[in-house]
Write a protein that binds this ligand. Structure first.
Ligand SMILES: [Zn+2]
Length: 98
């Protein structure tokens, strides 16, 4: 039996989720959730259904350019309106208003 994950930090039990873009495992709090609801819709946040996670910031923004990792994870096509919503909700703060 091998342990593929190095014991990086001995934290109290934190549920880890994996970002669909960079495949990094992170605590749920560091990730944004996108769910495909049982009715077939797509929703952000704590909705019912199959969930996928992305890192807040760059990974969320990257989905706007290439939503395929999310599409694969959710087995659904990702409309552009949703990636916009994701990038607004989870993407990097837009500080510069030029
Ligand atoms: Zn990521």
């Amino acid at each position: 039996m091998t342990a593929p994950t190095p014991p990086a930090a001995r934290a109290p039990h934190v549920p880890l989720r994996r970002c669909v873009v960079c495949r990094r495992s992170a605590a749920k709090a560091e990730l944004g959730r996108i769910a495909r609801t049982p009715s077939g819709g797509l929703a952000l946040g704590a909705a019912d259904g199959r969930g996928a996670y992305v890192c807040l910031g760059e990974c969320a923004a990257a989905l706007a350019a290439d939503p395929r990792p999310l599409a694969r994870a959710l087995r659904s096509t990702i409309p552009a309106a949703l990636t916009e919503q994701i990038s607004r909700a989870y993407g990097p703060e837009q500080e510069e208003t030029t």
